[in-house]
Design a protein around this ligand. Structure first.
Ligand code: KMH
Ligand code: ZN
Length: 310
């Protein structure tokens, strides 16, 4: 009998979109990032997608020293796969964005597959006051932000990171990004089996509709055949419903406060683990089984936690 497929649950702990004013639950102190990551793993996340923050004011940090403040502790306290973001924030160069992954050589890191508008400026209007000075301007500035990931940028990042045997989470925010990825695979930048994260619901990318997920999946099937694993993240209110649909379609899923601050309509999540526990309960009640970290390692062909540099 064929072995039943497992579902990899990634939890993205803090990200670069949300700011401290938006939710008290959004972690930015290294100890909070660490504790929420460990709790998310205990709740069932097999992969932890991590960004760092400035411990003083919660702004986004791509300083490897800020990652150093939590990575070794997370590794000591869980066997979850660590995935380091290369997304950066509104002002970072690609060279700065890949510095943490280069220094720590994690099992996985993100790889964004196209340049695009990437905006969350409408969020600024929801708040009269902000906890920290930088927040309002940061959110508003995203209106004119271009998330830069040219073919040359992707080649540069891949060329530096591939020798470290890091598996990429290929973040595809629209159908065209799948074709960018196919081009890069064809010229030998990335090795199969690739891991695609379909990102739905970012302002500037494809909308968070089920039809779009089906279209993304059909397109990826056409381009990559059987040679890929896939996962879905729905930004904002679409998080749980798209994750549920993806699991039923045979895919993997991503939740976490990076992608949505909510646990249900209008109700803020208390922490990352609460979102993991909720989606685990939903998908297991529908017949899926959540992958352990080692099962995720096998499914994604990862190098192993003993080969990271932290
Ligand atoms: N916040 C996600 C929509 C990255 O870390 O490289 C995008 C993201 C990018 O996860
Ligand atoms: Zn991220």
């Amino acid at each position: 009998m064929a072995r039943q497929r497992k579902t990899i649950v990634t939890c993205a702990i803090t990200g670069a979109i949300h700011t401290p004013t938006m939710s008290d639950a959004l972690p930015f102190h290294p100890a909070d990032i660490r504790d929420q990551a460990v709790a998310a793993a205990e709740a069932g996340a097999s992969v932890l997608h991590l960004h760092a923050r400035n411990p003083q004011n919660g702004s986004v940090s791509i300083n490897p020293d800020d990652f150093q403040k939590f990575l070794p502790d997370i590794k000591k306290r869980t066997d979850a796969v660590i995935n380091i973001s290369t997304g950066g924030s509104l002002t970072n160069s690609v060279e700065e964005r890949i510095a943490p992954a280069l220094r720590f050589s994690p099992e996985m890191c993100s790889m964004n597959m196209g340049s695009m508008n990437f905006s969350f400026h409408p969020l600024a209007k929801r708040y009269d006051e902000f906890k920290f000075d930088w927040e309002k301007e940061y959110i508003e500035n995203s209106e004119s932000y271009i998330f830069r990931n040219t073919f040359a940028d992707i080649k540069n990042a891949a060329t530096q990171l591939s020798p470290l045997d890091i598996k990429f989470e290929h973040e595809c925010y629209d159908v065209g990004h799948l074709y960018n990825l196919k081009f890069c695979v064809d010229i030998g930048l990335f090795k199969a089996p690739i891991f695609i994260q379909f990102v739905l619901g970012i302002l500037g990318g494809i909308g968070p509709d089920l039809e779009n997920l089906v279209f993304m999946k059909q397109t990826a099937d056409r381009l990559f055949g059987d040679d890929y694993e896939w996962s879905v993240l729905g930004a904002g209110g679409a998080q749980m419903s798209l994750a549920t649909s993806a699991s039923q379609m045979g895919g993997n899923i991503r939740v976490g406060l990076e992608d949505s601050l909510f646990i249900s309509r209008g109700k803020l999540a208390e922490n990352n683990a609460q979102q993991v526990a909720k989606i685990k309960q939903i998908i297991e009640s529908l017949g899926c089984t959540v992958a352990t970290p080692d099962e995720a390692r096998e499914m994604l062909g990862l190098k192993g936690a003993d080969r990271v540099s932290f």
